[in-house]
Design a protein. Structure first.
Ligand code: HEC
Length: 146
């Protein structure tokens, strides 16, 4: 009787070991698969191009926002697209300055602070209520005009 039990026990022990081995194998496969998927996903995220406009290029969204802001401000009482009235035509401003980040910053400062001397003696009024970000968008629109 006792020898029969021993055999049973050995068989049972082997079965359990097999079960564990099988589980370990499954776990390894699952782990490899998951880490593989994660690696591919992270590689794809890295490859995705940055949506930022390159330096010196204005994004279409900024240009559209700038045009909208200009139409809501007082700019058009002194500026027209293609003829000089009190201020220079936007086309002339666009022809004079390339849309680099430095020019956008310079002109946005001028819009905020006002000033004269570049296009003549008549000064542009200051626009202290505008944010620098909005003034930059307006300038990006102006410099996109052709
Ligand atoms: C009171 C009239 C007036 C208003 C209002 C006005 N401008 Fe001007 N703007 C001028 C004049 C005049 C100049 C030329 C200044 C100079 O010769 O330095 C000018 C020049 C500019 C320039 C070129 C600056 C340079 O240094 O070359 C930009 C850009 C500009 N304006 C944008 C704007 C925007 C944007 C608005 C609205 C927020 C605006 N202006 C509102 C009169 C005006």
């Amino acid at each position: 009787m006792s020898s029969f039990f021993t055999v049973e026990k050995i068989i049972l022990a082997k079965k359990i070991t097999m079960k564990f081995k099988f589980r370990a194998l499954l776990f390894t496969i699952a782990f490899t698969a998951i880490s593989g998927v994660m690696y591919t996903a992270s590689a794809q995220t890295k490859k995705a191009p940055a949506k930022k406009a390159p330096a010196g290029k204005s994004s279409a969204a900024d240009i559209a926002a700038g045009q909208d802001l200009i139409s809501k401000s007082d700019c058009l009482t002194c500026h027209k697209l293609d003829v000089k009235i009190i201020g220079p035509a936007y086309k002339d401003v666009a022809a004079k300055y390339k849309p680099t980040d430095a020019n956008v910053a310079l002109l946005a400062k001028k819009v905020l602070e006002g000033g004269s001397g570049v296009w003549g003696a008549v000064p542009m009024s200051a626009h202290p209520n505008l944010s620098t970000a909005d003034a930059k968008k307006m300038v990006r629109y102006i410099l996109s005009v052709k």
